[in-house]
Ligand binder design. Structure first.
Ligand SMILES: [Zn+2]
Length: 102
């Protein structure tokens, strides 16, 4: 069953609010921040919606923590397929985001 538009809009809105809370708590309360991320993932799967792309790329795929400039580093790679590589200092996972040419 496809989610109706109103339900998924509300869910997306909740995701954005929770993401903001996760960001605000990442340094002072990292455990709480992680719980917000867990909640975001639960809401997304329960409502069968995707986490907005710009938020999703800021969540580590390895440990599911919020990636910030202080717990990760970003490099732009110009190998065969140009991409941005984000290394998580928490678990060492490297997320790669391809840079698509237009
Ligand atoms: Zn990680």
């Amino acid at each position: 069953m496809m989610p109706d538009r109103v339900t998924s809009n509300i869910a997306t809105e909740r995701i954005r609010i929770l993401f903001k809370l996760a960001e605000e708590n990442i340094t002072s309360h990292p455990t709480r921040s992680k719980r917000y991320i867990d909640l975001i993932r639960k809401i997304a799967s329960r409502n069968r919606i995707h986490i907005p792309k710009e938020l999703k790329r800021r969540i580590c795929r390895g440990c599911k923590n919020l990636l910030t400039p202080s717990n990760s580093h970003i490099r732009i790679r110009h190998t065969r397929e140009p991409h941005v590589a984000i290394t998580c200092h928490n678990c060492g996972h490297v997320s790669r985001i391809p840079l698509r040419r237009r």
